[in-house]
Design a protein around this ligand. Structure first.
Ligand code: PPE
Length: 395
Protein backbone atom coordinates (compact mmCIF):
# COMPACT_ATOMS: atom_id res chain seq x y z
CA UNK A 1 0.00 0.00 0.00
CA UNK A 2 1.54 3.39 -0.95
CA UNK A 3 1.58 5.73 2.00
CA UNK A 4 0.25 9.15 1.16
CA UNK A 5 3.05 11.69 1.70
CA UNK A 6 2.28 13.55 4.87
CA UNK A 7 0.68 16.87 3.93
CA UNK A 8 2.93 19.74 4.78
CA UNK A 9 1.85 21.79 7.75
CA UNK A 10 3.27 24.83 5.94
CA UNK A 11 1.20 24.13 2.85
CA UNK A 12 -1.93 23.61 4.95
CA UNK A 13 -1.41 26.87 6.82
CA UNK A 14 -0.71 28.89 3.67
CA UNK A 15 -3.76 27.46 1.90
CA UNK A 16 -5.92 27.96 4.99
CA UNK A 17 -5.02 31.58 5.65
CA UNK A 18 -4.03 32.99 2.23
CA UNK A 19 -6.44 35.34 0.39
CA UNK A 20 -7.16 32.65 -2.23
CA UNK A 21 -6.11 34.69 -5.28
CA UNK A 22 -3.14 32.46 -6.14
CA UNK A 23 -3.16 29.02 -7.78
CA UNK A 24 -1.00 27.42 -5.06
CA UNK A 25 1.36 24.67 -6.24
CA UNK A 26 1.50 21.63 -3.93
CA UNK A 27 5.08 22.23 -2.84
CA UNK A 28 6.77 24.31 -0.14
CA UNK A 29 9.96 26.01 -1.30
CA UNK A 30 12.40 26.56 1.55
CA UNK A 31 15.84 27.35 0.09
CA UNK A 32 17.46 28.64 -3.09
CA UNK A 33 20.90 29.50 -4.44
CA UNK A 34 21.74 30.78 -7.91
CA UNK A 35 19.30 29.05 -10.28
CA UNK A 36 18.52 26.15 -7.92
CA UNK A 37 15.56 25.93 -5.54
CA UNK A 38 14.82 23.22 -2.95
CA UNK A 39 11.46 22.25 -1.51
CA UNK A 40 10.91 21.13 2.07
CA UNK A 41 11.46 17.46 1.12
CA UNK A 42 14.92 18.34 -0.20
CA UNK A 43 13.94 17.99 -3.87
CA UNK A 44 15.96 20.29 -6.15
CA UNK A 45 14.47 22.29 -9.02
CA UNK A 46 16.03 24.40 -11.77
CA UNK A 47 14.26 27.73 -11.49
CA UNK A 48 13.14 29.38 -14.75
CA UNK A 49 10.54 31.47 -12.89
CA UNK A 50 13.02 33.39 -10.70
CA UNK A 51 10.18 35.05 -8.83
CA UNK A 52 8.55 36.24 -12.09
CA UNK A 53 11.82 37.68 -13.34
CA UNK A 54 13.12 39.04 -10.02
CA UNK A 55 16.15 36.84 -9.26
CA UNK A 56 18.12 37.94 -12.33
CA UNK A 57 21.43 37.87 -10.43
CA UNK A 58 20.62 34.50 -8.87
CA UNK A 59 18.89 33.60 -5.62
CA UNK A 60 20.69 34.86 -2.49
CA UNK A 61 23.60 36.44 -4.34
CA UNK A 62 26.41 36.54 -1.70
CA UNK A 63 27.01 40.28 -2.17
CA UNK A 64 23.31 41.03 -1.61
CA UNK A 65 23.14 38.74 1.44
CA UNK A 66 26.20 40.45 2.95
CA UNK A 67 24.81 43.92 2.25
CA UNK A 68 21.44 43.07 3.83
CA UNK A 69 23.07 41.60 6.95
CA UNK A 70 25.33 44.64 7.43
CA UNK A 71 22.58 47.18 6.76
CA UNK A 72 20.10 45.38 8.99
CA UNK A 73 22.57 45.82 11.82
CA UNK A 74 22.98 49.54 11.05
CA UNK A 75 19.64 50.98 9.92
CA UNK A 76 16.48 49.48 8.38
CA UNK A 77 13.87 52.24 8.57
CA UNK A 78 14.28 55.82 7.35
CA UNK A 79 11.59 57.68 5.35
CA UNK A 80 12.52 59.69 2.28
CA UNK A 81 12.04 63.07 3.94
CA UNK A 82 15.18 62.14 5.91
CA UNK A 83 18.13 61.60 3.56
CA UNK A 84 20.15 58.42 4.01
CA UNK A 85 23.62 57.36 2.82
CA UNK A 86 22.48 54.02 1.31
CA UNK A 87 19.62 55.65 -0.59
CA UNK A 88 21.99 58.26 -1.97
CA UNK A 89 24.43 55.52 -2.98
CA UNK A 90 21.68 53.55 -4.71
CA UNK A 91 20.33 56.58 -6.60
CA UNK A 92 23.87 57.36 -7.78
CA UNK A 93 24.43 53.75 -8.92
CA UNK A 94 21.04 53.59 -10.63
CA UNK A 95 21.36 56.90 -12.49
CA UNK A 96 24.83 55.74 -13.51
CA UNK A 97 23.38 52.81 -15.50
CA UNK A 98 20.18 54.50 -16.78
CA UNK A 99 19.98 55.94 -20.29
CA UNK A 100 21.39 59.49 -20.54
CA UNK A 101 18.93 62.13 -19.28
CA UNK A 102 16.90 59.89 -16.96
CA UNK A 103 18.47 61.36 -13.85
CA UNK A 104 15.54 61.86 -11.50
CA UNK A 105 13.94 58.93 -9.68
CA UNK A 106 10.79 58.34 -7.63
CA UNK A 107 11.47 55.30 -5.43
CA UNK A 108 8.66 52.93 -4.41
CA UNK A 109 8.06 49.25 -3.69
CA UNK A 110 6.69 47.43 -6.73
CA UNK A 111 6.13 47.61 -10.44
CA UNK A 112 2.49 48.53 -10.00
CA UNK A 113 3.45 51.43 -7.78
CA UNK A 114 5.96 52.58 -10.41
CA UNK A 115 3.17 52.53 -13.02
CA UNK A 116 0.87 54.50 -10.71
CA UNK A 117 3.63 57.07 -10.27
CA UNK A 118 4.17 57.15 -14.04
CA UNK A 119 0.51 57.98 -14.60
CA UNK A 120 0.56 60.88 -12.12
CA UNK A 121 3.91 62.31 -13.29
CA UNK A 122 2.74 62.09 -16.92
CA UNK A 123 -0.40 64.09 -16.14
CA UNK A 124 1.45 66.81 -14.24
CA UNK A 125 4.35 66.62 -16.72
CA UNK A 126 2.16 67.42 -19.74
CA UNK A 127 -1.10 68.85 -18.43
CA UNK A 128 -2.83 66.15 -20.49
CA UNK A 129 -4.92 63.16 -19.38
CA UNK A 130 -5.13 60.70 -22.28
CA UNK A 131 -2.88 57.66 -22.66
CA UNK A 132 -2.04 55.17 -25.36
CA UNK A 133 -1.38 51.64 -24.18
CA UNK A 134 -0.83 48.31 -25.95
CA UNK A 135 -3.11 45.35 -26.50
CA UNK A 136 -1.65 42.39 -24.56
CA UNK A 137 0.17 44.90 -22.33
CA UNK A 138 0.47 44.31 -18.60
CA UNK A 139 1.05 47.24 -16.24
CA UNK A 140 0.00 45.85 -12.86
CA UNK A 141 -3.00 45.03 -10.70
CA UNK A 142 -3.97 48.28 -8.92
CA UNK A 143 -7.04 50.07 -10.27
CA UNK A 144 -4.86 52.77 -11.84
CA UNK A 145 -2.36 50.41 -13.46
CA UNK A 146 -5.19 48.09 -14.55
CA UNK A 147 -6.46 50.92 -16.74
CA UNK A 148 -3.34 50.36 -18.89
CA UNK A 149 -3.57 46.55 -18.69
CA UNK A 150 -5.25 44.94 -21.70
CA UNK A 151 -6.34 41.46 -20.56
CA UNK A 152 -10.10 41.74 -19.73
CA UNK A 153 -9.94 38.94 -17.14
CA UNK A 154 -7.83 41.20 -14.90
CA UNK A 155 -10.22 44.16 -15.25
CA UNK A 156 -13.74 42.65 -15.52
CA UNK A 157 -14.28 41.77 -11.83
CA UNK A 158 -13.97 45.47 -10.98
CA UNK A 159 -16.19 46.93 -13.66
CA UNK A 160 -16.00 50.67 -14.13
CA UNK A 161 -13.90 51.05 -11.02
CA UNK A 162 -11.14 50.50 -13.58
CA UNK A 163 -11.44 53.78 -15.40
CA UNK A 164 -9.78 53.41 -18.79
CA UNK A 165 -11.97 55.90 -20.65
CA UNK A 166 -8.83 58.00 -21.19
CA UNK A 167 -6.84 55.06 -22.56
CA UNK A 168 -6.64 54.13 -26.23
CA UNK A 169 -5.37 50.57 -26.80
CA UNK A 170 -3.54 49.85 -30.04
CA UNK A 171 -2.09 46.71 -31.54
CA UNK A 172 1.49 46.24 -30.35
CA UNK A 173 3.76 47.04 -33.25
CA UNK A 174 1.15 48.72 -35.46
CA UNK A 175 2.62 52.04 -36.57
CA UNK A 176 -0.51 53.20 -38.42
CA UNK A 177 -2.66 52.71 -35.31
CA UNK A 178 0.02 54.46 -33.27
CA UNK A 179 0.09 57.44 -35.60
CA UNK A 180 -3.71 57.74 -35.41
CA UNK A 181 -3.90 57.30 -31.63
CA UNK A 182 -1.25 59.79 -30.45
CA UNK A 183 -2.68 63.31 -30.48
CA UNK A 184 -1.99 66.62 -28.78
CA UNK A 185 -4.23 65.36 -25.97
CA UNK A 186 -1.98 62.38 -25.27
CA UNK A 187 -0.02 62.60 -22.04
CA UNK A 188 2.01 59.46 -22.73
CA UNK A 189 2.39 56.27 -24.70
CA UNK A 190 3.09 53.31 -22.42
CA UNK A 191 4.68 50.12 -23.67
CA UNK A 192 6.95 47.25 -22.73
CA UNK A 193 9.97 46.86 -25.06
CA UNK A 194 9.24 43.13 -24.80
CA UNK A 195 5.70 42.19 -23.77
CA UNK A 196 6.17 39.71 -20.92
CA UNK A 197 2.91 38.46 -19.44
CA UNK A 198 1.42 39.18 -22.85
CA UNK A 199 3.34 36.35 -24.47
CA UNK A 200 7.06 37.30 -24.66
CA UNK A 201 6.82 39.53 -27.74
CA UNK A 202 9.81 41.75 -28.55
CA UNK A 203 9.01 45.05 -30.27
CA UNK A 204 10.79 45.75 -33.55
CA UNK A 205 13.42 48.47 -33.58
CA UNK A 206 11.33 50.30 -36.18
CA UNK A 207 8.29 50.36 -33.91
CA UNK A 208 10.32 51.54 -30.91
CA UNK A 209 11.91 54.32 -32.96
CA UNK A 210 8.56 55.36 -34.47
CA UNK A 211 6.98 55.56 -31.00
CA UNK A 212 9.83 57.83 -29.95
CA UNK A 213 9.52 59.99 -33.06
CA UNK A 214 5.72 60.31 -32.95
CA UNK A 215 5.51 61.04 -29.20
CA UNK A 216 8.17 63.73 -29.56
CA UNK A 217 6.32 65.21 -32.54
CA UNK A 218 3.03 65.37 -30.60
CA UNK A 219 4.47 66.55 -27.28
CA UNK A 220 3.53 63.30 -25.55
CA UNK A 221 5.82 61.39 -23.21
CA UNK A 222 7.23 57.98 -24.05
CA UNK A 223 7.11 55.82 -20.92
CA UNK A 224 8.80 52.44 -21.23
CA UNK A 225 7.76 49.74 -18.80
CA UNK A 226 11.03 47.93 -18.09
CA UNK A 227 9.77 46.29 -14.92
CA UNK A 228 10.34 42.84 -16.44
CA UNK A 229 12.84 43.64 -19.21
CA UNK A 230 15.20 45.73 -17.09
CA UNK A 231 18.45 44.82 -15.34
CA UNK A 232 20.20 42.55 -17.83
CA UNK A 233 17.20 40.32 -18.55
CA UNK A 234 17.23 40.92 -22.34
CA UNK A 235 20.99 41.06 -22.95
CA UNK A 236 21.40 44.77 -22.18
CA UNK A 237 21.07 46.62 -18.89
CA UNK A 238 17.76 47.90 -20.28
CA UNK A 239 15.84 46.59 -23.29
CA UNK A 240 15.48 50.06 -24.83
CA UNK A 241 19.23 49.97 -25.53
CA UNK A 242 18.64 47.38 -28.27
CA UNK A 243 16.78 50.02 -30.33
CA UNK A 244 18.74 53.05 -29.12
CA UNK A 245 15.50 54.65 -27.91
CA UNK A 246 15.67 56.89 -24.83
CA UNK A 247 12.25 57.40 -23.20
CA UNK A 248 11.08 60.35 -21.11
CA UNK A 249 10.40 57.99 -18.23
CA UNK A 250 10.92 54.35 -17.39
CA UNK A 251 9.20 52.16 -14.82
CA UNK A 252 11.45 49.70 -13.00
CA UNK A 253 11.07 47.03 -10.30
CA UNK A 254 11.59 43.23 -10.09
CA UNK A 255 15.35 42.55 -10.29
CA UNK A 256 16.54 46.02 -9.28
CA UNK A 257 17.44 45.16 -5.65
CA UNK A 258 18.53 41.52 -5.93
CA UNK A 259 15.19 40.17 -4.74
CA UNK A 260 14.01 42.73 -2.20
CA UNK A 261 10.77 44.56 -3.06
CA UNK A 262 11.54 47.74 -4.95
CA UNK A 263 10.07 49.92 -7.67
CA UNK A 264 11.08 53.16 -9.33
CA UNK A 265 10.00 55.71 -11.87
CA UNK A 266 13.12 57.07 -13.60
CA UNK A 267 12.47 60.24 -15.56
CA UNK A 268 13.91 63.42 -17.01
CA UNK A 269 14.27 66.51 -14.83
CA UNK A 270 11.68 68.17 -17.07
CA UNK A 271 9.05 65.60 -16.06
CA UNK A 272 10.10 65.48 -12.41
CA UNK A 273 10.10 69.25 -11.93
CA UNK A 274 6.46 69.60 -13.05
CA UNK A 275 5.14 67.48 -10.16
CA UNK A 276 4.15 69.78 -7.30
CA UNK A 277 6.14 69.20 -4.09
CA UNK A 278 4.22 66.69 -1.98
CA UNK A 279 2.27 65.53 -5.04
CA UNK A 280 3.15 61.87 -4.54
CA UNK A 281 4.86 59.71 -1.92
CA UNK A 282 5.30 56.33 -0.19
CA UNK A 283 6.18 55.15 3.31
CA UNK A 284 8.53 52.29 2.44
CA UNK A 285 10.00 53.61 -0.81
CA UNK A 286 13.77 54.08 -0.69
CA UNK A 287 14.17 52.29 2.63
CA UNK A 288 17.82 51.78 3.59
CA UNK A 289 17.65 47.96 3.72
CA UNK A 290 16.36 47.67 0.15
CA UNK A 291 18.73 50.39 -1.00
CA UNK A 292 21.73 48.49 0.40
CA UNK A 293 20.61 45.36 -1.42
CA UNK A 294 20.11 47.40 -4.59
CA UNK A 295 23.62 48.87 -4.47
CA UNK A 296 25.08 45.37 -4.13
CA UNK A 297 22.85 44.02 -6.91
CA UNK A 298 23.65 46.77 -9.43
CA UNK A 299 27.38 46.43 -8.74
CA UNK A 300 27.21 42.66 -9.19
CA UNK A 301 25.38 43.06 -12.50
CA UNK A 302 28.20 45.29 -13.78
CA UNK A 303 31.11 43.37 -12.29
CA UNK A 304 29.84 40.00 -13.52
CA UNK A 305 28.86 41.47 -16.91
CA UNK A 306 25.40 39.98 -16.56
CA UNK A 307 23.94 41.76 -19.58
CA UNK A 308 26.46 39.96 -21.82
CA UNK A 309 25.79 36.71 -19.94
CA UNK A 310 22.07 37.08 -20.68
CA UNK A 311 22.76 37.84 -24.34
CA UNK A 312 25.06 34.89 -24.85
CA UNK A 313 23.13 32.36 -22.74
CA UNK A 314 19.82 33.51 -24.19
CA UNK A 315 21.04 32.88 -27.73
CA UNK A 316 22.29 29.44 -26.62
CA UNK A 317 19.03 28.63 -24.80
CA UNK A 318 16.84 29.60 -27.79
CA UNK A 319 19.05 27.72 -30.23
CA UNK A 320 18.72 24.55 -28.13
CA UNK A 321 14.95 25.02 -27.75
CA UNK A 322 14.57 25.41 -31.52
CA UNK A 323 16.64 22.24 -32.00
CA UNK A 324 14.07 20.26 -29.96
CA UNK A 325 12.06 20.21 -33.18
CA UNK A 326 8.80 19.12 -31.53
CA UNK A 327 5.69 19.40 -33.76
CA UNK A 328 3.95 20.86 -30.71
CA UNK A 329 6.13 23.98 -30.84
CA UNK A 330 4.83 26.85 -32.98
CA UNK A 331 7.56 29.38 -32.21
CA UNK A 332 10.54 30.02 -29.93
CA UNK A 333 10.97 33.77 -29.36
CA UNK A 334 12.46 36.22 -26.95
CA UNK A 335 15.36 38.53 -26.24
CA UNK A 336 18.30 37.53 -24.07
CA UNK A 337 17.04 35.34 -21.24
CA UNK A 338 13.44 36.49 -21.60
CA UNK A 339 12.19 33.52 -23.60
CA UNK A 340 8.78 32.27 -24.67
CA UNK A 341 7.91 29.01 -26.42
CA UNK A 342 4.50 29.22 -28.08
CA UNK A 343 2.87 25.81 -28.35
CA UNK A 344 0.07 24.69 -30.66
CA UNK A 345 -1.90 23.67 -27.58
CA UNK A 346 -2.38 24.86 -24.01
CA UNK A 347 0.91 25.20 -22.15
CA UNK A 348 -0.39 24.58 -18.60
CA UNK A 349 -0.12 20.75 -18.70
CA UNK A 350 3.48 20.97 -19.90
CA UNK A 351 4.38 23.54 -17.24
CA UNK A 352 2.92 21.16 -14.64
CA UNK A 353 4.80 18.18 -16.08
CA UNK A 354 8.06 20.12 -16.10
CA UNK A 355 7.60 20.86 -12.40
CA UNK A 356 6.30 17.50 -11.17
CA UNK A 357 8.12 15.06 -13.45
CA UNK A 358 11.30 16.97 -14.29
CA UNK A 359 11.97 19.41 -11.42
CA UNK A 360 11.98 22.46 -13.70
CA UNK A 361 10.01 25.59 -12.78
CA UNK A 362 8.56 27.64 -15.65
CA UNK A 363 5.56 29.96 -15.99
CA UNK A 364 2.87 30.89 -18.46
CA UNK A 365 2.58 33.99 -20.61
CA UNK A 366 -0.91 33.65 -22.15
CA UNK A 367 -2.48 30.17 -22.42
CA UNK A 368 -0.24 28.85 -25.21
CA UNK A 369 3.17 30.16 -24.13
CA UNK A 370 5.72 28.60 -21.77
CA UNK A 371 7.83 31.43 -20.38
CA UNK A 372 11.43 30.89 -19.27
CA UNK A 373 12.85 33.62 -16.98
CA UNK A 374 15.87 31.96 -15.37
CA UNK A 375 18.47 33.78 -13.32
CA UNK A 376 21.09 35.23 -15.66
CA UNK A 377 23.60 33.21 -13.65
CA UNK A 378 22.06 29.90 -14.82
CA UNK A 379 24.78 27.57 -16.11
CA UNK A 380 24.93 26.08 -19.62
CA UNK A 381 24.64 22.65 -17.97
CA UNK A 382 21.41 23.71 -16.26
CA UNK A 383 20.13 25.11 -19.59
CA UNK A 384 20.89 21.77 -21.23
CA UNK A 385 18.99 19.96 -18.45
CA UNK A 386 15.98 22.30 -18.88
CA UNK A 387 15.91 21.76 -22.65
CA UNK A 388 16.20 17.97 -22.30
CA UNK A 389 13.38 18.01 -19.74
CA UNK A 390 11.21 20.15 -22.02
CA UNK A 391 11.83 17.75 -24.94
CA UNK A 392 10.76 14.81 -22.76
CA UNK A 393 7.48 16.36 -21.58
CA UNK A 394 6.63 17.33 -25.18
CA UNK A 395 7.00 13.72 -26.42
C1 PPE B 1 5.79 44.61 -17.53
C2 PPE B 1 5.22 44.59 -16.13
N1 PPE B 1 4.70 45.75 -15.63
C3 PPE B 1 4.17 45.78 -14.37
C4 PPE B 1 4.14 44.65 -13.58
C5 PPE B 1 3.58 44.79 -12.16
O1 PPE B 1 4.65 44.65 -11.25
P1 PPE B 1 4.39 44.21 -9.75
O2 PPE B 1 3.40 45.20 -9.13
O3 PPE B 1 5.76 44.32 -9.09
O4 PPE B 1 3.85 42.79 -9.78
C6 PPE B 1 4.63 43.41 -14.07
C7 PPE B 1 4.50 42.14 -13.22
N2 PPE B 1 4.66 40.96 -14.00
C8 PPE B 1 4.20 39.67 -13.52
C9 PPE B 1 2.67 39.60 -13.25
C10 PPE B 1 2.37 39.38 -11.80
C11 PPE B 1 0.87 39.29 -11.62
O5 PPE B 1 0.26 38.38 -12.21
O6 PPE B 1 0.33 40.17 -10.91
C12 PPE B 1 4.49 38.62 -14.62
O7 PPE B 1 5.00 39.00 -15.68
O8 PPE B 1 4.17 37.43 -14.38
C13 PPE B 1 5.21 43.40 -15.35
O9 PPE B 1 5.73 42.27 -15.89
Amino acid sequence: MTTQPQRSKWLEAEQKYDSGVYNKHQVVMVRAKGAAVWDETGREYIDCVAGYGVANIGHSHPDVVKAIKEQADRLIVMPQTLPNDKRAEFLTELVGVLPQGLDRVFLCNSGTEAMEAAKKFAITGTGRKRFVSMKRGFSGRSLGALAFTWEPKYREPFGDAVDNRNVDFITYGDIEQLRAAVTDETAAVILEPVQGEGGVRPATTLFMQEVRRITREKGALLILDEIQTGFCRTGKMFACEHSGVVPDAMTLAKAMAGGLPVGALAMTAEVADRMPAGGHGTTFGGNPLTMAAGVAALRAMKRENMAEQAREKGAYFMEKLRAVGSPKIREVRGLGLMIGVELKEKSAPYIAALEHEEGVLTLQATPLVVRFLPPVTISKEQIDQVVAAFARVLE
